[in-house]
Structures are given as C-alpha cells and as structure tokens.
Design a protein around this ligand. Structure first.
Ligand SMILES: [Zn+2]
Length: 349
C-alpha cells in the first residue's frame, strides 16, 4: 500500500514554494520548539545546570535516540521555571512561526509538568498577554492545547482545572493527552475527557504512535478525541480505519518524528501514503522541531522525496485549515488567503 521510496529530489521551485507558502500546524509542542540559545538564556538566569557544557549544547539538543530525546526534552523543560520564561518562549516561538510562515498553530504545552509551579490565574494572564503581543509583533496566531502527560495520571484533574480556566479566557482550545502510551491507555483518562467535552472544550489525544490500533480506538471511542496525534498504527485495523475515514477524523502526522523515534524504519516509506489511500483525513506536522531539527516545510519536502506531488501537499496544507479548531468564518478567510498565494505562485515550475 505504501508508495515506494524514490530517488526524486525536491526541485528548487518546490523547496522555495514550500518554504514561502502560508501554513497551518496542528501538532507541535511548545517545549520541543524552543531553540538551544533560548534554553541557555533560561538556564543561566534560573541558575539551572544543564547536563552538558555551553559548547556542547547545540549538539546535545540534536536527536540521537529515544532515551536521549527524553533526556534532552526534560533538560529543556527543567530550565522553564518562571513566568518570564513563558514570555520569552512564546515570543521566540511566534517569531519562528513568522519565519516559517506558519500563520496559525495549535500548540501543546505539557501542563502536567509545570502546573504546580505557578499560580494558575497568573500563568494564564502571562500566556494570554504574550500571545497577544506575539500576534501584534509577528502577525501570526497561536492557541494552546495544554495536555496531560500519561505517565502522571494523578495530574489529570489539576490539568483539567487549569485548562478550564485557560479555555474560558480564550488562551486554550481544550485538553490533550501526551506522554508514553505504553502502560497508560486512554481508558485511564475517560472521566476527565468526558468532563472537558461536556463543558464544550475540544479534546485531542496522541495515540497509535508506539501502541497499536486499540490505542487509537480508545482515544476516539473512549475519550471522544476529535483529532488523533500520530495514529499511524490505525492501519493495523482495517475496520477502524474505515470507520475513522468515514467519520472524517483528522490525523496529525509527524513524519520526521516517526523516523527519529523509530516508529517507522529508516528504509521504509512513511505510512502517510497508506493513510491517505485508505481515505483518512491527514495533516502534516513537525512535533518537536527544535529537537528533531526539522521545519514544517522540510516535512513537506520529505514527502516530495517519497513521491508526493506539490499539488497533493498543497491539498494537505488546506486540509489542516479544515481540521483546525478555527470557526467556519476564520477557516474561510484563511482558505481564501492561502488560495491567493497558490494562484500567484503556481506557475514557472
Ligand atoms: Zn506529539
């Protein structure tokens, strides 16, 4: 079902088009998108000792293997201690969005790991102000999806309480579920997700990345997840795949992340082609760009090198608008803006 690996390289026109095209991203973790230089700034002002010396820092944050990935992720997170750090991170993140021309992003924050550190009202105020300032400064929009880290299920309730406030404030869209799937199935979080849904919040979950189709089924049926993070392993269950395609449930696919972590082997094409051929709604995302050393344009470029045509990728880019939690008017406005770019830039290949 997968497209064969090809020796096709993206042309200069394609690389340039993908870099310049306006984009939407639905699966990116704020903590995994902070550059080593910002981590260094926060570590210095918070007197946090990083596991490696100044000169090795850049290299330390490059992906090696899964254990190292977790070490780097937690080392980065350990430097984020004050509300000023959140101002800095959001400013840097939004500047990078501008640079990549990602005009709208729905962004995970690992709330489980930060909650106990701040007064929740203060934290929400700082997040809200920083996002507002970033929108003015950089002309891009972001909204947050704070998530529960599965390995600390006891944080579920406090995360829900925090998200409820952040959602009422307009900073958050709803609640997510992240962290290791193994040993922490979706069923552990049913009550909290039911409450969030009942209140009218959006709910999403990582599933089917390291665990199989049962995890995707649990996230969709058990938690009512409106989108699935990763979800590649849904393909192991043709009936579930068929049902989710019919229900138009969007999947947030992160090719580079899957290759780095080893969910997809280096010498195989990415199963995204199989997902699309099965009728699933698919979006392309970068997950933890600072750690994987990728950009959203590079994710699209990788797919070109696996045989995708630019027009197919443009359609996936538009599908991300449709799969977002923007309202219908906002989606229409954004689609029109995107189409202007497409019309003006599709010639001359
Ligand atoms: Zn993720």
């Amino acid at each position: 079902m997968n497209a064969p690996l090809t020796d096709r390289k993206a042309t200069n026109f394609e690389v340039d088009f993908l870099r310049r095209m306006p984009k939407v991203e639905l699966h990116v973790h704020l903590e995994g998108a902070i550059s080593p230089s910002t981590i260094r700034t926060m570590a210095a002002r918070n007197n946090v000792t990083l596991p490696v010396s100044e000169g090795e820092l850049e290299n330390f944050f490059k992906f090696r293997d899964f254990d190292h990935f977790l070490e780097a992720y937690y080392a980065a997170t350990s430097t984020m201690l004050t509300l000023e750090d959140w101002r800095l991170m959001i400013d840097q993140f939004m500047a990078d969005r501008r640079e990549q021309n990602i005009v709208y992003s729905e962004v995970f924050v690992s709330a489980s790991h930060h909650l106990q550190r701040y007064d929740h009202d203060e934290w929400i105020r700082v997040l809200s102000e920083s996002i507002g300032e970033g929108e003015e400064r950089y002309g891009v929009r972001i909204r947050l999806i704070p998530d529960i880290s599965r390995e600390v299920p006891e944080t579920s309730r406090p995360v829900l309480d925090f998200v409820t406030k952040a959602w009422e404030n307009g900073v958050a869209l709803g609640i997510g579920l992240g962290g290791p799937e193994q040993g922490f199935p979706p069923e552990l979080f049913t009550d909290v997700f039911a409450e969030a849904k009942q209140a009218g919040m959006h709910v999403v979950a990582h599933a089917g990345e390291t665990e199989g189709a049962a995890s995707v089924r649990g996230a969709w049926n058990g938690l009512g997840a409106e989108r699935i993070g990763h979800g590649l392993r849904v393909l192991e269950d043709p009936d579930l795949t068929h049902d989710m395609a019919a229900a138009r449930v969007p999947f947030e696919v992160n090719p580079t992340s899957n290759y780095c972590i080893g969910v997809v082997s280096q010498d195989s094409p990415h199963p995204i082609r199989g997902m699309i051929d099965s009728g699933l709604v698919v979006t392309v995302n970068s997950d933890d760009p600072a750690l994987f050393g990728n950009s959203l344009a590079q994710e699209f470029q990788l797919l070109i090198e696996q045989g995708f045509e630019l027009e197919e990728l443009w359609k996936l880019n538009l599908d991300a608008i449709g799969a977002s939690f923007l309202n219908e008017t906002e989606k229409e406005t954004l689609t029109q803006q995107f189409c202007v770019f497409h019309t003006e830039n599709s010639g001359g290949r």
